[in-house]
Write a new protein. Sequence first.
Length: 146
Amino acid sequence: MSTTDVVTVERLIAARPETVFSFFTDRERWLSWMGRDGEFSFEPGGHYRTNVNRDNVAEGRFVEIDPPKRLVFTWGWAEGGMTLPPESTTVEIILEPVDGGTLLRLVHRGLPTADACAAHKEGWAHYVDRLATVATGGDPGPDPWM
């Protein structure tokens, strides 16, 4: 693995880590910032499958859930335009308490190409911005990517 197969997105969110974490471990909260539908089993080894946008369906397993500071899950596309098999990459969410809220650091490892890195960096930045809005009690509005 090299640094070229890793995407990192960081965002300061004006909410406590416990609040931000809850948007990764509750179906309705997850879907409030990313996705239109999905099935989630929020436990280590638990499976998820979610329609992220349009015809793009992500699928993977939760590897580690350490409230309220860390979450690790596998990621890939079961359906959609990008060739990235389910469970073929790993996403790590790290939540650090800071003055003013939480520093969210999302690290997506194992992406196969520069194009996959660019697409996922854009996607995660888009959805982390939506998460920051909803975690602070705001309404991100309809997802323009739907």
